[in-house]
Write a protein that binds this ligand. Structure first.
Ligand SMILES: [Mn+2]
Length: 274
């Protein structure tokens, strides 16, 4: 496949800093964890405090970033759509209390300026991978790193070219997120493309994080996908965790409970994958 985009390939590898946590440093994978959606002030606070106490202090794992969706791109318009700006404030407050950098999804170019002072980084969701007005607004109006998820139907080159929109317009700090493609495995929600991990390492100089929750769709599959992603060389994993997964307002079948998440990280550390 001839490479149409050059900036994603040219130059040295460039780790990005998300609030001081470096993503893309050789042999130092990160974990981006938190609920699918920031449902209220308490639950994000509980998640952040747990991570600070049990993961950062308890396990001594410090390369961790708090995630939470504030606007939710749901399949149905009748599903929970997120709490918007209020959720951004709860996320920031929870991260500050716990000493964790925070990241959320940006869906709307009109939100970019407001998010600039509120979060350490943003990700662009799979559905917006080729939303060029959003990418251009992020390139000019968001000071922090931008992580770009692969659309579930996108070719690798289409994904890299979407990242090229950011690079070509002056955004230096860019990373990629693999999150599964539409496949024929009806037992999982998507098909985690493990093959893409070494390919992206060969083809692009950008850090690559793997979202192991959305391809799984169910929490019993998450640990194996996390091991696979890290063993294949991902620069980090993104995992959905929730204080009470069974009561989650979105993606309740795939979110790990907090204790379950701690056990997963402990086992990944024992296996030297983290
Ligand atoms: Mn989700």
């Amino acid at each position: 496949m001839p490479g149409k985009c050059r900036l994603v390939r040219q130059g040295p590898r460039r780790p990005i800093s998300i609030g001081g946590v470096m993503v893309g440093e050789q042999g130092k994978p990160v974990v981006i964890a938190g609920p699918c959606s920031v449902e209220d002030r308490e639950m994000i606070r509980e998640t952040a405090d747990y991570i600070a106490r049990e993961i950062v202090d308890g396990l001594g794992f410090k390369r961790i970033i708090l995630r939470g969706g504030c606007w939710k791109p749901r399949t149905s318009p009748y599903s929970f759509q997120g709490h918007g700006w209020r959720a951004v404030e709860w996320l920031r407050e929870a991260g500050d209390r716990a000493g964790l950098p925070v990241i959320t999804e940006v869906m709307d170019p009109r939100h970019v300026a407001g998010l600039a002072g509120m979060v350490d980084a943003v990700w662009v969701g799979a559905r917006n991978m080729q939303n060029t007005p959003l990418l251009l607004e992020l390139a000019s109006g968001f000071p922090g790193p931008v992580l770009l998820k692969r659309h579930f139907g996108a070719l690798i080159e289409e994904w890299l070219c979407a990242a090229e929109y950011l690079l070509a317009n002056g955004k230096e700090d860019v990373a990629l997120i693999e999150r599964g493609t539409r496949g024929i495995n009806e037992y999982a929600r998507f098909t985690l493309d493990v093959t893409v991990i070494p390919i992206v390492k060969q083809e692009a100089r950008l850090p690559l994080v793997v979202d192991v929750s959305h391809p799984a769709g169910k929490r019993s599959l998450v640990p194996a996908l996390a091991r696979a992603a890290l063993a294949a060389g991902a620069d980090g994993i993104m995992v959905e965790v929730h204080p009470e997964p069974g009561r989650a307002l979105s993606d309740k079948d795939q979110q790990l409970g907090l204790e379950e998440f701690r056990r997963l990280l402990e086992s990944l550390m024992e296996m030297k994958l983290l």
